[in-house]
Each structure stands twice: as structure tokens, then as C-alpha cells.
Ligand binder design. Structure first.
Ligand code: DGL
Length: 266
């Protein structure tokens, strides 16, 4: 039994999709979530910058909250920094890419699959490598979707503008006729209604959130580090506008958002 919290972070609201799955699957755990809305978006920045942000936040979670595990609830940061973060600590550091790829391969019958993500994630090659390592013969189509994250961060989840952008950016995915599409950015599940409309019902949409939460539970159980005891409200911190995080976060995640604290870095 380990009473310490689990640290979770993202550039902003996207990691709330993972936080939702973690809270639901592991209600006895304590969570500290950092949303770096003051510096979002990460997906259009050089991977070197994202690596720096991820290291800064992880060091802070370890030093200030003595977290027992870090969940990198961001594909771009997982692609840019997972190995560096693992070098910081001997505590488990979990990214979202491997979990997403496992779910994606399980969901596909035709072995013709797609991944969408930020420019940083897609150009890093992280998904291309992860898929090829598990199944070198599978047909993978990747598409970067610049602009999607900005719509989510504004709380604009369904609109004509989102649909027009989605039709343009998802054209390679539609043309490739994939039967399973991984939403390889934790912000994208919030746009699932529009994405589904554009790619069609024959294509299964996969989010890495649930599989990541199951992986966290497996690790806690196998190391006997799960927390027992009465649930405690998760703690949310933002480096940007805290009131906006409370308002939009409550809409996206639910009532657990509560009061949002300021994250001021190291
Ligand atoms: N939610 C993040 C991801 O999964 C980052 C999005 C961004 O800030 O551009 O990649």
C-alpha cells in the first residue's frame, strides 16, 4: 500500500481524457494533475522544447508531491521525452503511445489502420516505430491535425469550422479506408463526434485513455503500491488562466475539477 499521489500532466485540457479514465478505474488513488495551459500548444513546438517542459513538470511532481508514479497524459510529450523522464526517477513513468497502439491493433480486422496526432507526434515517428515493432506488415496511415487542439482549448467541440477543418485534415485517412483510427492526441476524444462524422461509422475510433488507466492499475497491483482508503478529490493545477481551467475543465471532465491551483513551475 502506497498512499502517495500519482502525477499526471499534459499541455492543457487533453490529459483530462486520461484523468477521467484514471479516476473512474482507480477511485481510491490520489491524483495531482498539471495542465500547462500557459505554454500550450505543445504539438506545434520543437520536440526539444516539449522535452524541457515535460522534464520541468515531472521534476516538480517528484519534488513537491513525492508522486509514486507519473502518467504522461500527452502523446507529444510521450514521443519527445519518455526516455528522459524515465532517466529522472526509478518510479514508473507511463506514456500513452504503447497503450494506444495495443488498443489500435486489437481493434483492427483488416490490418489497415490510421493514427492522427499533433505535428510533433506524427513527425517524431513514434507511432510509426511502435506499430512496426509489433507488426511490420500492417498498413499505417498517419495524419497530423494542426488546429484541432486549439478548438478544444477554446471549448469549441462541434461547429462548422471544426467540421471543415476535419474534412480537410482527415482526407488521407478517409482515402486510405482504415478500419480503426487512433486518436493519437489526448485532446482529440473531445472532437470525436466530428471525427466520427467525417471518417464514417465503419471506422472504429480508439482513445488511449482506458488502456493507459488499465496499465497503471496493472503496475500498482503487481508492485503492491495501490492505495486503499477513502477517496480524496483530485488536485488540478494550471500554468495559465485558473478560472478558465475551472470553467472549461468542469465541462470537459466533470465536477471533480473543483478549485484549480496555480502551477508556477520550479
Ligand atoms: N494533448 C497533447 C497530445 O496528446 C498535446 C496537444 C498540444 O498541446 O498540442 O499530444
Amino acid at each position: 500500500m502506497d498512499d502517495r499521489p500519482i502525477g499526471v500532466f499534459d499541455s492543457g485540457f487533453g490529459g483530462l481524457t486520461v484523468a477521467r479514465a484514471l479516476i473512474d478505474l482507480l477511485p481510491a488513488e490520489r491524483f495531482v494533475y498539471v495542465g500547462d495551459t500557459g505554454r500550450y500548444p505543445w504539438g506545434s513546438k520543437p520536440l526539444e522544447d516539449v522535452r524541457g517542459y515535460a522534464i520541468e513538470i515531472s521534476e516538480w511532481l517528484l519534488a513537491q508531491h513525492d508522486v509514486k508514479m507519473i502518467v504522461v497524459a500527452c502523446n507529444t510529450a510521450s514521443a519527445a521525452a519518455l526516455d528522459d523522464l524515465r532517466a529522472l526517477t526509478d518510479r514508473p513513468v507511463i506514456g500513452v503511445i504503447d497503450a494506444g497502439v495495443r488498443s489500435l491493433l486489437r481493434a483492427s480486422g483488416s490490418r489497415n489502420i490510421g493514427v492522427i496526432g499533433t505535428v510533433g507526434t506524427v513527425s517524431s515517428g513514434a507511432y510509426q516505430h511502435a506499430v512496426a515493432a509489433l507488426d511490420p506488415d500492417i498498413r499505417l496511415t498517419c495524419a497530423a491535425c494542426p488546429g484541432f487542439v486549439e478548438f478544444v482549448e477554446r471549448g469549441e467541440l462541434v461547429s462548422d469550422q471544426v467540421r471543415v477543418l476535419a474534412q480537410r485534415l482527415l482526407a488521407p485517412i478517409v482515402d486510405a479506408k482504415v478500419d480503426a483510427l487512433l486518436l493519437g492526441c489526448t485532446h482529440y476524444p473531445f472532437l470525436a463526434r466530428t471525427i466520427r462524422e467525417v471518417v464514417g461509422e465503419q471506422c472504429t475510433l480508439i482513445s488511449s485513455a482506458d488502456e493507459t488507466a488499465f496499465q497503471v492499475r496493472r503496475i500498482l497491483e503487481s508492485t503492491e503500491n495501490a492505495r486503499r482508503g477513502a477517496p480524496e478529490p483530485p488536485q488540478f493545477l494550471s500554468s495559465g488562466n485558473r478560472h478558465e481551467f475551472e470553467r472549461l475543465g468542469a465541462m470537459l471532465l466533470g465536477p471533480e475539477i473543483g478549485h484549480v491551483g496555480a502551477w508556477e513551475g520550479k
